[in-house]
Design a protein around this ligand. Sequence first.
Ligand code: HEC
Length: 220
Amino acid sequence: MPTNWKGFWIISGLKTGKLPAHSPFVIFGKNSFPFVKSRGTPQMNTRLCGALTALIMLTTSSFSSFADSSNRASVDRGRYLVHIAGCNDCHTAGYGASGGNIPQSEWLKGDIVGWRGPWGTTYAPNLRLSLSALTEGQWVTFARHLSSRPPMPWFNLNAMTEEDLQSIYRFIKQLQPLGDPAPTYVPPGVEPNTPYVLFPATPEGSQSAHVFTTGGNTSQ
Ligand code: HEC
């Protein structure tokens, strides 16, 4: 223990409930902190004041950096991430066809246009509904471990930072109304009863088949 740093003693004294016998100050019980009374020399008092100021500054700065980091996970940033990460391209009906000109009130409600390929036919779900069933922590875990069928770029979601995922959650979570569920997955060989985009069944090993079999792992 650094015996020359009085500030440290304040903390360790509170933690252990006692202070070293030669301590230059007295603390009136746990509840009275920070009412610390000095019984030291004027020189010791100056040093004690310095240590207390440093301690307060240290505490304030770590609180403010905590606040900064929780502010970074914000609704606005979530909106920005959803926008530039392309989530609307599939999860918002008509988004691509309109050149991205769909109001936010319609964002991420899912789409009835299917994506048909060797995997069957998938539908981009209504993310407002998907997230409504999850807490923020559950969403982060879910997104980090998601592995789904094409063309969902789940590997991009896996790679997002916790803060970015929290921001996306906060943005989606405040979108209202929740809307209706997208159609459910249709297995291969079954004709979907919705419009769909058809991916050609390419010969194995060809470029476009490769796109959907590597799960984003394109390192050679
Ligand atoms: C190219 C189209 C496409 C893009 C772009 C896309 N998704 Fe998806 N997403 C899908 C499809 C299709 C599914 C359903 C996959 C399945 O059925 O296995 C899906 C599924 C999901 C799921 C699982 C939901 C559930 O309830 O199981 C989440 C979460 C998700 N997407 C989030 C996102 C986010 C966030 C983005 C933007 C970063 C995004 N997606 C971008 C097409 C897309």
